[in-house]
Write a protein that binds this ligand. Sequence first.
Ligand SMILES: [Zn+2]
Length: 50
Amino acid sequence: MANCPYCKGKVTLETVEKETKGMGILKQEILYSCPNCKSVLGISRGRYMG
Ligand SMILES: [Zn+2]
């Protein structure tokens, strides 16, 4: 699906490591990191309610 720009390893939605940051439901960020070298690949913002 995609390759890590740091270690060139294969990263898929199944293997990518997700870490949820933030507290509560109002502000939440999901950190995506490479399963091979643990480099951070991107941050996804959660839903903002209201
Ligand atoms: Zn990597």
